[in-house]
Design a protein around this ligand. Structure first.
Ligand SMILES: CC(C)(COP(=O)(O)OP(=O)(O)OC[C@H]1O[C@@H](n2cnc3c(N)ncnc32)[C@H](O)[C@@H]1OP(=O)(O)O)[C@@H](O)C(=O)NCCC(=O)NCCS
Length: 283
């Protein structure tokens, strides 16, 4: 097994490995895996991060095959772990730890660090031992009650990226306009409350990010996102800091679940971290 920098040619292998590994994790936990993402939508994430953050992008290779990957990003000196996984048949043999060490070396000297962890106990152990603080998640799941979208929310585009940068410096300590551009390339929709906040949602209404300067704007953005949902939604990463989101989820008729596992890990200067629902991929 060798660990080497990820190359742009690896993106399809990394995507396939991501789908396979998280399906296996879901099945091992008795959870039905989500529908497979369209590679055309998923690939810009891997391609862009391998290009913009080569010091954070590593793969483990065995017999010419990619068996593990770590992707980290660093924006305005805040570091985040976007992806860490090892092929199921090669897990628990030290590969994940070795990949994480490489990706985490890229955090050297960073002001802040962010990781959104899956419920895998190996991941929870490894991130805790890097010295980050653990904030467990609650999930809110269900089909939102039909509701009219709030009047103050409009659909945005790339010209709204400067607003996202102001908001992100507040809620997460660092702007990442290039990642918002990547999300638009991934056919996600930007929702805007002018001068106060933004959300990123998938075409089916799945919520990728909600970030705002105040709780009321964040609540309206989440209401707007839920009003667009075409079926069941899962807000999987509500920490104790996001009481505003719990209130909106309950108002929409979603059910709270405390047993789905996983945790947010933060360290150092990462802004207020509220009102904020981060993206697992872009933190
Ligand atoms: C999480 C994951 C990346 C870890 O990689 P790995 O190669 O399986 O793990 P490692 O063998 O490097 O072990 C990592 C740590 O977990 C411990 N560990 C290994 N197997 C374990 C097990 N079955 N139960 C609990 N801890 C275990 C190791 O001892 C190590 O801790 P240490 O460094 O303090 O000794 C990998 O298991 C995986 O892909 N899981 C599914 C996808 C996922 O959840 N990714 C994380 C997303 S945030």
């Amino acid at each position: 097994m060798t660990i080497r920098p990820m190359r742009v040619e690896d993106v399809l292998a990394v995507h396939d490995l991501n789908v396979l590994t998280f399906e296996a994790l879901d099945i091992s936990m008795g959870v039905e895996p989500p529908p497979r993402p369209d590679p055309a939508v998923a690939l810009p994430r891997y391609r862009n991060l391998a290009t913009t953050d080569p010091d954070g992008a590593w793969v483990a290779e065995e017999d010419g095959e990619v068996v593990g990957v770590a992707l980290a990003l660093r924006r305005e000196d805040v570091w985040g772990l976007s992806l860490l996984l090892v092929r199921p048949d090669r897990q628990s043999s030290g590969i994940g730890g070795a990949l994480l060490a490489r990706a985490h070396a890229y955090a050297e000297g960073a002001r802040g660090r962010i990781i959104m962890a899956s419920p895998d106990p190996r991941a929870l152990r490894a991130y805790s031992r890097l010295g980050l603080d653990l904030h467990p998640y609650v999930a809110a799941v269900g089909t939102p009650k039909p509701a009219a979208p709030p009047a103050g929310v409009r659909v945005g585009d790339a010209t709204d990226i400067p607003l996202t940068e102001t908001v992100d410096r507040h809620v997460r300590g660092a702007a990442r306009g290039q990642d918002i551009a990547t999300l638009l390339e991934m056919r996600q929709t930007l929702l805007i409350v002018p001068e106060r906040g933004y959300a990123v949602v998938n075409t089916d209404g799945a919520v990728r990010i909600v970030a705002a300067l105040d709780d009321e704007a964040a609540a309206d953005l989440l209401r707007a996102a839920l009003a667009r949902a075409t079926g069941r939604v899962e807000l999987e990463t509500l920490t104790a800091k996001q009481q505003w989101a719990v209130a909106v989820a309950l108002e929409a008729g979603l059910e709270l679940r405390i047993n789905s596992g996983g945790a947010m890990f933060t360290s150092g200067d990462v802004g207020t971290f509220t009102p904020y629902l981060p993206s697992g991929a872009f933190l």
